[in-house]
Design a protein around this ligand. Structure first.
Ligand code: HEM
Ligand SMILES: *[C@@H]1O[C@H](CO)[C@@H](O)[C@H](O)[C@H]1NC(C)=O
Ligand SMILES: *[C@@H]1O[C@H](CO)[C@@H](O)[C@H](O)[C@H]1NC(C)=O
Ligand SMILES: *[C@@H]1O[C@H](CO)[C@@H](O)[C@H](O)[C@H]1NC(C)=O
Ligand SMILES: *[C@@H]1O[C@H](CO)[C@@H](O)[C@H](O)[C@H]1NC(C)=O
Ligand SMILES: *[C@@H]1O[C@H](CO)[C@@H](O)[C@H](O)[C@H]1NC(C)=O
Ligand SMILES: CC(=O)N[C@H]1CO[C@H](CO)[C@@H](O)[C@@H]1O
Length: 336
């Protein structure tokens, strides 16, 4: 497969030019600010950009993996780096929920690399949750997606429990009703949810996530007739070889590595593997938005950017409600 080679230096230049223009637009009363590290870690933005660039060039799956990791962080306990914590003998952490099985190591790795570089430059200053939020934004931009501001100053959470995950993350076998309720509980409208789902313009889904749709759809037909028949055949032959559970399909089969609105254009063509993606055009509450984004990439980018900024401040912790972790995968107090 061919991964897009974005003119990166140009993009990085664009990011640094755009930031000042947005710097006043963020006072959502959450105590975060765009220039939080201006004095204490002035190279924060540059270090994150350099590390994501290097990692993404070597491991093209990093961008999608990190975006998904960020979603999983923010939806459970808020954007507080709780998903980054590893389990130990005292605590079984969030990331060991079975839904996390498929979170890719590359996403954890890019956060760890950035943290290592930041600890050399400004020790004990930058939180892991800020690193994940900023790295996600830069990776989205690197793949061709929209820029959005990431207010900074999150503290890392002091809790990460495997039990907190259930019910807070969407699953591909949920009904649209369940999905809408889940996002509404986090403060997102149907339109914002549809815009966020556009994240599936990059990345993969494993066969287990859609095998029921191609092998045992109903009593009368094994394969969902709304999947494009040729695409269904391709998925079947790929998943038939899935002896060890590692086979996966692109979520946007036509432009898998490019952050664009092709994901929405694929839906009416039957080119979505996940039932939850296809469901966007089956429900009257979401269909119109999916059609709007298919027709107008600017509208998608505008709404995605706004919704991501909103996601990035979900239940953030500041002040004494959290800490700046020394290592992203463990609390500073190892006994917790
Ligand atoms: C209805 C809501 C959603 C459902 C049911 C859902 C479900 C899934 C599933 C099942 C996968 C495949 C995981 C795997 O097999 O490895 C996936 C991948 C992904 N999801 Fe979602 N998701 C939803 C919403 C979102 C949102 C809101 C975002 C981000 C803002 C997002 C970002 C991603 C990304 C980037 C991937 C690709 C990960 C990779 O390639 O490593 N998803 N999602
Ligand atoms: C913001 O910080 C102030 C002072 O540190 C604190 O009293 C207040 O509760 C914080 N607000 C939020 C929303 O965290
Ligand atoms: C979806 O699948 C998961 C994992 O296989 C299962 O635990 C859950 O009950 C299913 N949810 C629904 C709504 O069918
Ligand atoms: C599946 O495996 C068979 C036999 O090894 C091979 O001929 C075929 O090309 C494979 N299909 C895919 C989609 O990888
Ligand atoms: C799983 O199977 C695929 C394809 O058959 C193979 O390329 C890969 O190395 C296997 N991975 C593991 C961990 O066994
Ligand atoms: C696309 O959406 C943008 C942003 O909402 C809007 O300004 C523009 O007029 C739309 N373009 C078309 C062709 O409708
Ligand atoms: C990346 C990561 O930490 N994945 C974990 C998710 O959960 C499984 C099963 O509990 C663990 O084995 C993985 O290490």
């Amino acid at each position: 497969m061919a991964f897009s080679s974005t003119p990166l230096l140009f993009l990085l230049f664009m990011i640094s030019m755009v930031i000042p223009a947005f710097s006043k637009s963020n006072n959502k009363n959450n105590n975060l600010s765009i220039d939080y590290y201006k004095k204490t870690c002035p190279d924060f933005g540059r270090i994150v950009r350099e590390q994501i660039q290097e990692k993404q060039s070597k491991q093209p799956t990093t961008a999608a993996g990190t975006l998904r990791l960020f979603l999983h962080d923010c939806m459970v306990e808020g954007c507080d780096g709780s998903v980054l914590v590893a389990s130990n003998s005292f605590n079984k952490a969030e990331r060991d929920a079975d839904i996390n099985l498929s979170l890719p190591g590359d996403a954890f790795d890019v956060v760890a690399r950035i943290k290592t570089m930041l600890e050399l430059s400004c020790p004990n200053v930058v939180s892991c949750s800020d690193i994940l939020a900023e790295a996600t934004r830069d990776l989205v931009v690197m793949q061709g997606g929209p820029f959005y501001t990431v207010p900074l100053g999150r503290k890392d959470g002091l809790v990460s429990k495997v039990e907190s995950v259930e019910g807070n993350l969407p699953r591909s076998n949920m009904t649209m009703d369940q999905i809408l309720k889940l996002f509404a509980a986090k403060g997102f409208s149907a339109k914002e949810m549809v815009a966020l789902m556009g994240a599936h313009t990059i990345g993969f889904a494993h066969c287990t996530e859609f095998k029921d749709r191609i092998y045992k759809y109903s009593k009368t037909t094994p394969t969902d007739p709304e999947i494009n028949p040729k695409y269904a055949e391709a998925l079947k032959s790929m998943c038939a070889n899935d002896t060890n559970g590692t086979m996966s399909a692109f979520n946007d089969v036509l432009t898998p590595n490019k952050f664009d609105n092709m994901y929405y254009k694929n839906l009416p063509r039957g080119l979505a593997a996940l039932a939850s993606d296809h469901a966007l055009i089956k429900d009257s509450r979401t269909k119109g938005f999916a059609e709007l984004y298919a027709a107008n990439q600017t509208a998608f980018f505008d709404d995605f950017a706004r919704a991501m900024e909103k996601l990035s401040v979900l239940h953030v912790k500041t002040g004494n409600a959290g800490e700046v972790r020394r290592r992203c995968d463990s609390f500073n107090d190892l006994m917790t």
